[in-house]
Every structure is written in structure tokens, then in C-alpha cells.
Design a protein around this ligand. Structure first.
Ligand SMILES: *[C@@H]1O[C@H](CO)[C@@H](O)[C@H](O)[C@H]1NC(C)=O
Ligand SMILES: *[C@@H]1O[C@H](CO)[C@@H](O)[C@H](O)[C@H]1NC(C)=O
Ligand SMILES: *[C@@H]1O[C@H](CO)[C@@H](O)[C@H](O)[C@H]1NC(C)=O
Ligand SMILES: *[C@@H]1O[C@H](CO)[C@@H](O)[C@H](O)[C@H]1NC(C)=O
Ligand SMILES: *[C@@H]1O[C@H](CO)[C@@H](O)[C@H](O)[C@H]1NC(C)=O
Ligand SMILES: *[C@@H]1O[C@H](CO)[C@@H](O)[C@H](O)[C@H]1NC(C)=O
Ligand SMILES: *[C@@H]1O[C@H](CO)[C@@H](O)[C@H](O)[C@H]1NC(C)=O
Ligand SMILES: *[C@@H]1O[C@H](CO)[C@@H](O)[C@H](O)[C@H]1NC(C)=O
Length: 394
């Protein structure tokens, strides 16, 4: 195996009251050398990459794949910018990646998955691993090859043991959480028929809603992304053939009912990214009335709180069929001002990490994955939850 591991001692702060020292697991990057055979490149033409930490003991034949997140680029200009950064090129990425939370190898920090093979898939295509196009006008060149990157990484991992997996979980956060919806059934198709394969999306349930100025900001944004990066051909055919607007199948709320693999949806009902970029994007708040509320929920006025409660209602409505009828599905919808709660240790599993019905996220995911009990947790509405680790004040 070629991923070298290093440990270092650092101080982790999990809350003002709680400071403990912990060994930090760092995992080396593996470039996918064969990716060029598949035409799988990052935006700038560099090779795609992942980080693999081998499983051991009873977990040696189980695999967790975790898509990295990091927004999207939906026009030439923003993709050219991105191609010069760690979001669009493995050249500019850190080569040693911290494995914490769901990626941790420590049973006291990651009770159910610590001994699995754990893979972090780096994000460098700007389209949730779903594009298949190229821009070349003679002076500028951009690869929109997320779908091929996904394929190349799977083909690279299969002979390393993924092809003989007993248990597998495809996960991801934010734009990577969206990728988890888009590739879930495709993942299953590569694994042994008798393997237990499931998928999880963390902060990837992006809602098809109007912003506070009644504009379809996110729908327009995704439509431009889908056109630019050639995504439509890679969306679920059963979904696209059933809809008047096939591009809508990029939204998890429409794609979800076509996914046959058991799925777990982890999301905050007040997801900070969606709050700031989808519900109240700067274009919908030209005078900055929302700025204090965006920085600190305690500063929101009654009207703003009502709008945030409406967002939560929309999310629960979009999930209601899944909640009621998905027998093999799981969910954890808490009421925190958060975004991505599986990768950082303090929100995944710890003495003071977020809980719903006294259950941490790691426990909820483990209970669901191993079938220990039905796990569909929905938190009470803001501000009732005192276990949150909020990204903004409040
Ligand atoms: C990471 O892997 C590369 C390529 O295999 C190797 O050259 C490098 O020394 C490794 N780095 C560390 C810190 O182990
Ligand atoms: C790379 O591709 C070549 C040719 O297709 C194949 O023989 C080789 O096994 C591949 N190597 C890996 C590591 O996948
Ligand atoms: C190619 O596209 C880039 C970015 O839009 C632009 O700056 C450049 O002038 C274009 N080149 C040609 C030859 O059209
Ligand atoms: C699946 O079948 C293969 C071959 O029959 C066997 O070696 C493997 O242990 C089985 N895996 C599981 C999870 O039952
Ligand atoms: C999975 O996706 C790849 C493209 O990335 C495609 O070639 C393959 O046919 C897909 N498998 C299934 C079962 O849809
Ligand atoms: C569409 O649904 C049918 C029946 O459920 C299934 O056999 C087929 O594989 C699905 N196709 C895709 C692309 O998911
Ligand atoms: C709505 O979106 C359109 C197109 O992006 C934009 O031109 C318009 O200014 C937006 N309106 C508001 C009120 O944000
Ligand atoms: C909550 O769970 C912890 C263990 O995780 C347990 O010690 C505690 O008693 C539980 N509290 C309640 C109110 O059930």
C-alpha cells in the first residue's frame, strides 16, 4: 500500500469548556495514475486523487468512501479561477489529509467505522463528480470530468480490495453529500451482490426553493452548472424520463425516490450554507438587512425567524415520504446552525457533541447501518436544542 500515515500531537478544542489532547491521523495522498486512460482530470488537467487508510481486524473487508465537498463553479470565469486553487487542482492541495470524525481510526472517536478501510475522495471538478465535458477555445482549457473521476477512482480501488468488500458506505459532505445521492446506485453496481452497501449524505440535501426575493436562485445556478459541465446525461434516467424538467433530478428531493440503495440523510434544518446562499443569497438582500441574523441567530428578528422556520418546514416536507415510507432509510435532521457534521470530531462523536433524543450522529448512523434499530430522528424546532455546535452565534 502506498498511503503513508503520520501522527502528530495537537490540541483539539471542542467547546469553550472542553479542551483535550488527541492524536491526529494524517493520511498521504494517492494520485490516480491511470486516470488519463479514462480522460479523468481535475479542472486544470491535473490527475485526480484520494487518501486511503487501510482497515484492520474485523473491519479489514469493509469500506467507507467519503466525497470531499467545496461548492461548485457554473461558468467559465469561475471555473478558470477555481482551476488555480485547491478546489480545482490536485497540484494545490495539501498532500497529507486529517482523518477525523467518520474517518477516524480510533474506536473511542468513531465507534462503528474506525477499523474499516477509509477513503477520502478529493474534489477538483467543481460539479459534484457529475460532469462530462471540456472547454477549449484555443487559449483556455478546462476539464469538466467529474463523472470520469468517480469512475477512475472506483476502478483504481476495486483491485485494492473494494471489489471484495463485505460492507460498504458511500458518504460525502456538502457538494460531496450531493455526489453521494448522484452516485449511490452506481456504487452498488460495482460491489459484490452479497455485500451490504449503503449511502449517506451529510449537508447535501439542497432544496429547490425560492429565495427571500422569490427568485429561483439555486435552480438557476444548478441549471447553468448542468449545462456547462455536461451533467444531464449522468443523472438518473428513471428520474429524468419522468420529469418535465429533467435538470431537476440534480436536486436530491426529486432523485431520492429512484435510489434503490439504503440511504441515510444527515442535515441541519437550518443548514448555514443553504441559509446564506440559497434562502437569503446576497442578491436577495441588497441592503444587508439579514447580515446581523446571518452572523448570529440571536440577532434575528421575528420575521426572519419565521422565514427560517419556513425553510425547516420545506425541508421536512421534502423528506416526508422518505420519513414515512422508506423502510431501509435513516435520517438525522437536527436544528443547529451547522453545515457538515460527520467529518469533524466535535460534531460526529464526543461527550458534548450534538444529539437528538440523546443520540449522537455517530450512534444514529451506526444504529441505522447495522440495523440495530430504526433511526429517523427529527429535532424540535430552533431554539430548543442546547447540544448544537453552531457555526454562527446564537
Ligand atoms: C507521500 O507519498 C508520496 C508518493 O508515494 C511520497 O513520495 C511521499 O514521501 C509521501 N509523503 C509522506 C510524508 O509520507
Ligand atoms: C492501469 O491501466 C493498465 C492498462 O489499462 C492496466 O493494465 C493496469 O492494471 C492499470 N493499473 C491500475 C493500478 O489500475
Ligand atoms: C477563451 O475564453 C477565455 C475565457 O472566457 C477568454 O478570456 C479568451 O479571450 C477566449 N479566447 C478566445 C480565442 O476566444
Ligand atoms: C459473498 O460471497 C463470496 C463468494 O461466495 C464470499 O467469499 C463472501 O464471504 C460473501 N460475502 C458476504 C458478506 O457474505
Ligand atoms: C456507472 O457509471 C459509469 C460511468 O461513470 C457507467 O459506465 C456505468 O455503466 C454505470 N453503471 C451502472 C450500473 O449504471
Ligand atoms: C429504472 O427502474 C427500473 C425498475 O425499477 C430498474 O430496473 C432500472 O435499473 C432503473 N434504471 C436506472 C437507470 O436506475
Ligand atoms: C432574480 O434573478 C434574476 C436573474 O438572475 C436577476 O436578474 C434579478 O435581479 C433577481 N431579482 C432579485 C429581486 O433578486
Ligand atoms: C443520554 O445518553 C448517555 C450515554 O450516551 C447516558 O449516559 C445518559 O444517561 C442519557 N441521558 C438520558 C436523559 O437518557
Amino acid at each position: 500500500m502506498n498511503s503513508v500515515v503520520a501522527y502528530s500531537l495537537i490540541l483539539l478544542t471542542c467547546a469553550p469548556s472542553c479542551i483535550y489532547s488527541e492524536e491526529r491521523l494524517l493520511v498521504n495522498m494517492t494520485l490516480v495514475r491511470n486516470a488519463s486512460v479514462h480522460g479523468a482530470y481535475c479542472l486544470d488537467g491535473s490527475l485526480p486523487a484520494y487518501h486511503l487508510h487501510r482497515g484492520f481486524g474485523a473491519g479489514a473487508r469493509n469500506w467507507l468512501l467519503q466525497f470531499e465537498g467545496g461548492g461548485w463553479c457554473n461558468d467559465i470565469e469561475s471555473c478558470l479561477e477555481r482551476a488555480k486553487t485547491r478546489r480545482g487542482s490536485t497540484r494545490y492541495m495539501n498532500k497529507m489529509e486529517v482523518f477525523s470524525g467518520i474517518l477516524s481510526n480510533n474506536p473511542s472517536l468513531n465507534p462503528d467505522i474506525y477499523n474499516w478501510n477509509r477513503v477520502k475522495i478529493r474534489y477538483c471538478d467543481g460539479a459534484s463528480f457529475a460532469g462530462n465535458a471540456k472547454f477549449d477555445n484555443g487559449t483556455s482549457l478546462l476539464y469538466f470530468r467529474g463523472q470520469r473521476i468517480w469512475q477512475a477512482i472506483i476502478l483504481d480501488l476495486l483491485p485494492k480490495g473494494l471489489g471484495r468488500a463485505r460492507k460498504a458506505l458511500l458518504s460525502g459532505c456538502s457538494a460531496g453529500g450531493l455526489a453521494s445521492f448522484l452516485h449511490c446506485d452506481n456504487f452498488t453496481s460495482y460491489l459484490p451482490k452479497n455485500a451490504s452497501v449503503k449511502c449517506l449524505s451529510d449537508a447535501g440535501f439542497f432544496l429547490d426553493i425560492r429565495d427571500t426575493s422569490l427568485n429561483h436562485t439555486i435552480r438557476s445556478f444548478y441549471e447553468a452548472l448542468i449545462s456547462l459541465q455536461g451533467i444531464e446525461q449522468n443523472l438518473d434516467k428513471n428520474c429524468t424520463s419522468s420529469r418535465y424538467f429533467p435538470k431537476q433530478c440534480f436536486f436530491p428531493q426529486y432523485a431520492l425516490m429512484y435510489i434503490r440503495t439504503p440511504f441515510f440523510i444527515l442535515n441541519s434544518a437550518y443548514d448555514v450554507y443553504q441559509f446564506h446562499h440559497i434562502l437569503v443569497p446576497p442578491t436577495a438582500d441588497l441592503h444587508g438587512h439579514w447580515n446581523p441574523c446571518k452572523l448570529n441567530a440571536a440577532a434575528c428578528n421575528t420575521n426572519q425567524i419565521n422565514i427560517l422556520q419556513g425553510f425547516r418546514k420545506d425541508m421536512l416536507a421534502a423528506l416526508s415520504l422518505f420519513y414515512r415510507y422508506s423502510r431501509r432509510g435513516g435520517m438525522f435532521i437536527n436544528s443547529c446552525f451547522a453545515h457538515c457534521q460527520s467529518e469533524s470530531q466535535d460534531t460526529w462523536f464526543g461527550v458534548d457533541s450534538p444529539r437528538v433524543h440523546n443520540k449522537t450522529i455517530a450512534e444514529a448512523v451506526g444504529d441505522w447501518y447495522f440495523g440495530r434499530r430504526v433511526t429517523k430522528e427529527i429535532d424540535c424546532a430552533f431554539p430548543c436544542d442546547s447540544t448544537c455546535h453552531n457555526l454562527i452565534g446564537g
